[in-house]
Write a protein that binds this ligand. Structure first.
Ligand SMILES: [Zn+2]
Length: 673
């Protein structure tokens, strides 16, 4: 049985995360965070839980660690952690430590033998930033002595000395890459029988090597979870980004909750996928939003960090909240490293907190109303991986493209890996398999059975043909053309669709949904091969798009491609019990709680015209009107829109409820009782 995790309680909903990544030269840490200074700042923001600076990627502690291999800044004067503990205790707030795990530069300097070794035998540098690829020895080997000699002893020290309530381990999954140290090489051969670990990502043994790394990382996290839980039950542990969208598969590692810090800019887009996946993990979860952003990438001196407008944070929070997640905000006051928080920013965060807390009653503890399940197969990821990094090295672009294109067509979408989908397949009226040909055999068999029993399935990609077969898809095997753009009719026109592989099939038992052309002309240069087909199998239907359509959408987001996908989806799925007609910018989340139907509407607009050098969201304009039709056997008692001020009208006749909402500003929830 998979561990279901643990959290402090339902009212701990909105958090503050503060970290500085202390370095060797830091002397003033904690000199300005006495009770007198810190308590009023926390009262200004009113978080429900707090995470504070402890040990960052440079590896230096902001407390006086006595563990033998610890690195304490030599000129450190004050114990910041003690003061954060006193202030949070006084306010009744749980306190977590921000602690960098795999990424520890100071430990690497003291103990080069603890470091991850690169394929040429040198010690590996940082996972990102200036020292990426440099021989600076910043990443610890998950099998090495670091865990037992430094990390676990420091976690125990923090529990015993400060009575901390939890750990948010940073620099972990996303800092881990294959290690070529003697121990890792030996274990790999012992486990797999492969004589030597591969060096190139294109090597056929690469997935085995990457998965070996993943399993080592998982047992490293399991060990520190077990050590903490054993030492003091009730202290919570999280490993940043573990078990999130970029790490699909059964969440076996016994962390207590799932969390990740979202990208500092354009964060809403990723959260649309993240929230739909995290809500299927069966554990408490949150997403951390950065309170600041910059243009032109991270760390460029000519593009300094700046505070996000409140509306930007509110918009980012909405998608997380609507799927039942908690929210925390990452604050880092830049050059102010003495422990002071910035009053005007704390005040702004209070506005964001009020927005978040207002939504708790309608959002927390809700469940999805299944419409479309997008398959995010862990087997596909693990069988086809061509990257190094455990988080960034995977290819999930087609899954994102499927989520985004279906959302723009106003479907309710959940993202499930095989572990989550297999037991719940029959709950979903429709399943989309976006270019996931390396899914497990069990999944492929289950999907065929699902269609025979009446399910609607959309599959894409040239390669999936070999997994599902000619008879099931109702088309010929055809031939493959590589790196081609063909023209696909959509709406009133036609759109170019590039695919690394196009399968040119001919329909046998399947019907053609759209044809395929070699030019933009709609009535000439038409090929005898379809862009999409639909085949009846048993009581259900399967649609086939024989190209990388969802990868294309993730990359290009063309409105005509969205229209093409919308047509294929509508033909395959037919009408669903809840239908939403809204502007493209409005995302829908369909949830249920205490027998209420809740339709969340999230407006993704910005009032600032988009430019390539500007990711800011502010002055969000209203979007609407929105019409919802809901099939239900009886007239509801009430239909309300409790969060914003849009005008709501509804009527019920012949089993159909029609709700019209005049507009949504950032996030409204239509609650039907
Ligand atoms: Zn190693």
């Amino acid at each position: 049985m998979t561990y279901r995790g643990k959290w402090h309680g339902r009212k701990f909903y909105f958090g503050l995360h503060y970290d500085l990544h202390a370095g060797e030269g830091d002397a003033t840490l904690g000199t300005r965070c006495s009770m007198k200074e810190l308590v009023p700042m926390l009262k200004l923001m009113k978080p429900d839980f707090v995470q504070t600076d402890c040990k960052g990627h440079p590896g230096y502690t902001s407390w006086f660690s006595k563990v033998k291999s610890a690195s304490v800044p030599p000129k450190l004067k004050k114990d910041a952690l003690r003061q954060w503990r006193e202030a949070t205790k006084a306010l009744g707030l749980p306190l977590h430590c921000h602690y960098s795990g795999i990424w520890d530069k100071a430990a690497g300097k003291k103990h080069p033998e603890w470091c991850t070794v690169d394929s040429e035998g040198g010690i590996a540098g940082a996972p990102s930033g200036q020292n990426a690829g440099a021989p600076t020895g910043e990443k610890m080997c998950p099998l090495g002595p670091y865990l037992d000699k430094l990390m676990i002893p420091q976690m125990i020290e923090l529990i015993d000395r400060y009575d901390v309530d939890g750990f948010w381990i940073d620099g972990d999954l996303w800092s881990t890459e294959p290690c070529y140290c003697k121990l890792c090489r030996g274990e790999f051969t012992k486990k797999t029988g492969i004589a030597k670990p591969p060096v190139k990502e294109t090597d056929p043994d690469w997935p085995a090597w990457w998965n070996f790394t993943r399993e080592n990382f998982e047992s490293y996290v399991t060990k520190y979870c077990d050590a903490v839980h054993k030492h003091k039950p009730g202290v919570l542990v999280c490993s940043n980004w573990l078990q999130t969208f970029n790490n699909p598969g059964e969440p076996k590692v016994p962390t207590d909750w799932i969390s990740g810090d979202n990208t500092w800019v354009f964060g809403l887009d990723q959260s649309r996928c993240e929230a739909r996946f995290l809500s299927t993990r069966g554990k408490p979860w949150d997403i951390m939003l950065w309170n600041f952003y910059c243009s032109h990438g991270m760390g460029k001196p000519e593009s300094p960090w700046t505070a996000k407008p409140q509306q930007m944070l509110m918009q980012e929070a909405s998608v997380i909240l609507s799927f039942g997640g908690n929210v925390q905000i990452y604050e880092n006051p830049g050059a102010v490293r003495d422990g002071r928080l910035i009053p005007w920013r704390q005040k702004r965060l209070n506005d964001v907190g009020n927005f978040v807390k207002k939504r708790r009653a309608v959002c927390q503890g809700s469940e999805s109303i299944p419409q479309i399940a997008v398959l995010h197969s862990e087997h596909h990821i693990r069988n086809t991986v061509k990257g190094r990094n455990l988080m960034w090295g995977i290819d999930s672009a087609p899954v994102k493209g499927a989520v985004m294109s279906l959302l723009e067509n106003h479907y309710g979408v959940d993202v499930l890996d095989e572990w989550a989908l297999l037991p719940r397949l029959a709950d979903f009226p429709a399943v989309v398999v976006p270019e996931r040909h390396a899914m497990s055999e069990k999944m492929a068999i289950a999907l065929k059975e699902y269609v025979r029993n009446g399910g609607s399935l959309v599959v894409s990609g040239a390669e999936i043909f070999d997994r599902l077969g000619a008879e099931f898809l109702g088309v010929t095997k055809g031939e493959i053309q590589k790196d081609k753009a063909f023209h696909v009719p959509a709406a009133d026109g036609s759109v170019s669709l590039f695919s690394a592989a196009w399968r040119l099939v001919k329909p046998k038992t399947a019907d053609v949904i759209e044809g395929l052309g070699t030019t933009l002309l709609l009535d000439d240069c038409i090929l005898p091969y379809p862009a999409a087909t639909i085949n009846r199998v048993g009581k259900g239907r399967v649609a086939y798009i024989p190209a990388d359509v969802f990868r294309d959408f993730e990359r290009n987001r063309y409105p005509l491609t969205r229209a093409f996908i919308g047509k294929v989806a509508a033909k395959t799925i037919g009408s669903l019990p809840i239908q939403v007609d809204a502007p493209v910018c409005v995302d829908v989340a369909m949830r249920t709680k205490e027998e209420k139907t809740i339709i969340h509407l999230i407006n993704r607009l910005s009032g600032i015209p988009n430019q390539p050098n500007n990711g800011a969201i502010d002055e969000i304009p209203m979007a609407g009107p929105i019409t919802m039709t809901i099939s239900r056997p009886s007239k509801p008692k009430t239909v309300t829109a409790p969060l914003e001020k849009g005008e709501i009208k509804w009527s019920y006749a012949k089993g159909k409820l029609t709700v019209k909402l005049s507009r949504v500003h950032i996030h409204e929830a239509v609650v039907i009782k």
